[in-house]
Write a protein that binds this ligand. Sequence first.
Ligand code: SF4
Length: 372
Amino acid sequence: MELLGKSKDELREICVGMGEPAYRGGQIYHALYAERKLDFRSMTNLPAGLREKFAKEARISLPVIKQRFVSTDGSVRYLFELGTGEKSLPTEIRENTEKRRPLRPASVEAVFMPSDGRQTICISTQAGCAVDCQFCMTAQLGLIRNLTAGEILAQVLLPLEEHKERLAPRTNIVLMGQGEPLLNYEAVMAAVRILLDNTGMAIAPRHATLSTSGIVPGIERLAGEALRPKLAISLNASSDEQRDMLMPINKKYPLRVLLEACKKFPRGAREYVTFEYVLLGGVNDSPEDAGRVVKMMTDLGRVKVNLIPWNPGALPFAEPDQGRVAAFHKILLDRGIPVFTRYSRGRDVMAACGQLALTQIENAASPAPVAG
Ligand code: SF4
């Protein structure tokens, strides 16, 4: 019986089912998520006999760290090896996937980025992705499978545990790695509730951000959650025509519908909806594009725009000219839109989101050496 990813109530039920008092479930919850005690032996808040019983009858499954890539700026990109998760894959998808490539253990990547006073961890929510954004390496994998809540949480627990001697006081979580979080809603929200729970991993909601390609029903559902991360939209285009080409999901949820959902998204004090805009040289980086983005941002409530100059890689897009990046930035700024230009951290380890899958694609031909 798997315990990682279970809520406090679920752990209580499990304990009762094992003939133990319900409060033991609360103790396990605290040990797992607040103290990061990731094996039963180290849960010293439980009596020794009970630890033995759990070790026999339950399990805490952690992904294997298959590789670590350390950047000169201190970022660490992790390649985690998961099981095949065959049972979690709907039959239809399993059969389709099997036709394209044999089922193999899934891998996902997460990035740990330390900086002054905080660490930011970028995590994945699916192995591969079905959304097919044209600038994204993960799209090349197709959807392999959804991650479980435990697999999502492990991407935070393991890097925090590994860096525990030098952790900064604040942890930011960004659900911006592989996969579309709103297409794995249940597992993502089960993990998010534990991440944001004061008695769980105690990440402040304002320090957690979920980034979506624009799955409108998911955005509307998220808007109704009592405890939710901030919302970021991967925008990347200034018109439907351009977005249809770069992000085919736009044909299903066009800009008008997406922006309406963003307008209605509730915001707490000092909370913004963030729009991520990857600047692709000669594609979406002109002054006219900037003007259209300005128009889109009007009347949406509190928003900000992050401009991310394209990180050159294996896909056929060009890095934008620095002058055009500066001009784009200035057009937004002059119209009063909070705008930030962000060069992705860990460029030398390919830690830009959307490029996290690169190693897996390369490694599909030749398995990587185990470094973890
Ligand atoms: S950018 Fe995100 S949603 Fe789009 S294909 Fe890549 S992982 Fe999927």
